[in-house]
Design a protein around this ligand. Structure first.
Ligand SMILES: Cc1cc2nc3c(=O)[nH]c(=O)nc-3n(C[C@H](O)[C@H](O)[C@H](O)COP(=O)(O)OP(=O)(O)OC[C@H]3O[C@@H](n4cnc5c(N)ncnc54)[C@H](O)[C@@H]3O)c2cc1C
Length: 457
């Protein structure tokens, strides 16, 4: 993709104009350009990627956020990369989860046998976990949909699954995905996260998984980090992009999109994809139609997730393995991952890059959030990390534009169509199952299918 300036744009040259160069916008551009479409991407900031981003700090290569990508062997995100990048990027899978509940550690049991030996509870808790675990693993997606408007905690209580350690561990597994505690997370989204599939498996397949478990985790880190990945995506897209170009207005006439205003300049076009967060679209879309006004007013209130990531550059290797550690108690939940164990090039030789992440504690300042991250058991269980810090870097951001709560589940989201003909929406608040990049990729996949079908009509 090549950068052009605003006054070089000849809008009539493009099949599609994409407003916003976040993951949803870029993946859409990647697929459409590979299918022979001329694309123009218009981005308001000085770089592409949105919150999908990476950069260097004092010789360490950090990402925007702790990106352990889910479903790296079978999700939509990796489908885009494998289809369109040559050679496809290399993902390193992690070696498993470790949940710490005070002085005990355990993983998420993946089979009945592991559940019976689970070190985090006594036998009553294990039996309870076995019962509910079997129920979730064999539940059909259709049944899960019935629970989209209740919280996961309500679902568990209705099943008598109230062992506190079990709930605390499930909370940790769901918290980062949903962006909220289990008392607020939609039961449908939580159940899907725990079942870890979007597809139905056969009864035999479910029973086999239940008995034997699954030994490989389908989550991992990409070699080269996010920065390297975005660079490859941008290089592969065959099209143009403009930076520092805020889309101020999107215009409609007689129910059809007619163009946009970018930094004071009007561009005419009849096919526009918006990757702009829905929370600002009600001010951007200029429409006289009641249906479209109501549409954008309704969806501008999506509640985003808020994360904080603390990067620590260590003067020696302290953790050195590819485990996904979660501190459950004392709470709040924090994730601790040694990124340089996946990709040593992210840290100077002989040193280690560790990321710690949690959902931002509401009402607290950044400094207070950092003090919470480094305290509450961290100083007890991971003291050696704190003793070897030579680089410390903090980030705060929304990770996804919609928490997985009732009213905002993927069943509720409005995209990719809008009431305005020719105007489509893409991004983590518009459509798509999964979380983060998977969700952005799912939304882009749905949109690309629609756009390619529209053209073949
Ligand atoms: C802390 C953190 C941790 C994360 N961890 C993971 C993880 O472990 N696994 C995972 O899969 N994902 C993770 N993600 C999530 C993933 O990176 C994001 O969910 C995804 O990149 C969001 O994509 P999006 O399409 O919603 O676009 P966004 O990133 O929201 O991009 C929107 C784009 O539109 C642009 N824009 C806005 N307004 C305008 C305008 N008026 N005109 C023109 N352009 C405009 C913005 O500048 C931006 O570039 C994480 C993200 C963060 C921040």
């Amino acid at each position: 993709m090549q950068e052009i300036s605003l006054d070089q744009i000849d809008a009539s040259k493009y099949d599609v104009i994409i407003a916003g160069a976040g993951a949803g916008g870029l993946l859409t551009a990647l697929a459409l350009s590979a299918e022979g479409k001329e694309v123009l991407v218009i981005e308001k900031s000085a770089r592409v990627g949105g919150v999908w981003h990476g950069y260097s700090v004092d010789g360490y290569r950090v990402d925007m956020g702790l990106h352990v990508i889910t479903r790296v062997t079978r999700g939509a995100f990796v489908r885009f990369l494998n289809n369109y990048l040559s050679p496809p990027p290399e993902f390193i899978l992690h070696d498993g989860w470790e949940f710490r509940v005070h002085d005990r550690t355990g993983n998420i049991p993946s089979s009945l046998g592991e559940t019976l030996r689970w070190p985090l509870t006594g036998w009553r808790g294990r039996l309870g976990l076995m019962k509910i675990g079997a129920k979730i693993k064999t539940m059909k997606l259709e049944e899960m949909k019935k629970y989209k408007d209740i919280s996961f905690l309500e679902f568990m209580q209705s099943r008598g699954a109230t062992n506190q350690v079990m709930l605390d561990v499930m909370q940790s597994a769901i918290y980062m995905a949903a962006g909220v505690p289990i008392s607020e997370a939609s039961a449908y989204e939580a159940l899907r996260t725990l079942k870890d599939t979007d597809k139905e498996s056969s009864k035999l397949g479910s029973i086999k998984r239940l008995l034997l478990g699954s030994s490989e985790y389908d989550e991992g880190y990409v070699i080269g980090g996010m920065e390297g990945l975005i660079k490859r995506v941008v290089e592969t897209i065959n099209g143009d992009y403009v930076l520092n170009a805020p889309v101020e207005k999107i215009h409609e006439h007689d129910g059809k999109v007619t163009g946009l205003t970018v930094a004071g300049r009007d561009l005419s076009h009849s096919r526009i994809v918006s990757n702009i967060p829905l929370w600002s679209m009600d001010k951007i879309v200029q429409s006289d139609g009641q249906e479209s006004r109501e549409f954008f007013e309704k969806w501008c209130n999506m509640d985003p997730t808020h994360g904080i990531t603390l990067w620590l550059g260590l003067d020696k290797v302290v953790i050195g393995d590819r485990k996904n550690r979660v501190l459950v108690h004392p709470n709040p939940n924090r994730w601790i991952v040694s990124i340089s164990s996946f990709d040593p090039s992210s840290a100077p030789e002989g040193k280690e890059l560790v990321a710690i992440a949690m959902m931002t504690e509401p009402g607290k300042s950044v400094d207070e959030n950092i003090a919470i991250m480094k305290g509450n058991g961290f100083e007890k269980y991971y003291k050696e990390l704190l003793d070897h810090v030579e680089m410390e870097h903090v980030q705060t951001s929304y990770a996804t534009r919609a928490k997985l709560i009732p009213g905002q589940t993927d069943l509720d989201r409005p995209g990719p169509h809008t009431p305005i003909k020719g105007l489509y929406i893409v991004g983590t608040d518009t459509a798509g199952s999964g979380v983060g990049l998977q969700q952005a990729a799912n939304s882009a996949e749905g949109l690309v299918n629609v756009l390619l079908n529209v053209d073949s009509e």
